[in-house]
Design a protein around this ligand. Sequence first.
Ligand SMILES: [Zn+2]
Length: 155
Amino acid sequence: MMLLPAALASELRQVLAAAYPHEGCGLLVGRRQDERVEVTSLAPSANLAADPAHRFEIDPALRLRLQKELRDSEQDIVGLYHSHPDGPAAPSATDQRMAWEPDLIWLIAAVRADGVAAFRAYRLADTDGNFKEIALAQAAPTAPGGPADGGVETP
Ligand SMILES: [Zn+2]
C-alpha cells in the first residue's frame, strides 16, 4: 500500500489543479518498507510533452538530480504522479505503453476545472504494461519524535 500524508495530498491537489487543463506530473520521493511505501516529499516536474493537455513527460534531469541527492539517504524515488484533465484516475493506453519499471508506483489523479476529483495508485502487474491498483491511504504524517499534532491516541 502507499501512504500519502495529508499535507502532501493537499500539496499535490494544488499542483495538479494549477496545471489544469494540462497534465501535471512529477516524482514521488519516499521510503519503502516491505510492501508499504510512504511518500515523504513531492518533486514536481515541468511537463515536457509536446502535447501537454494529453500527454506527460517528466524532466529526466529532475530524476537524475534526485537520484544523486538521495543516493546516501534512506529515501528513494518510489513513484511518479500525473493527472488526467477531465479524465479518469486510471492508466490510459498510453500510460500502459510507457510503463516499464515495476518498482515505481503510478499515482494518477482525475482533475476537473474545480480541482482534483480522485487519486488512485497503481503498480505494474506484469511485463505487458498491465497495471493493478494498490491501496492508497491518505493519513496524517508520522512524526519521528512522537504523535502527530492534534493526535488523540492514548497509549
Ligand atoms: Zn496518463
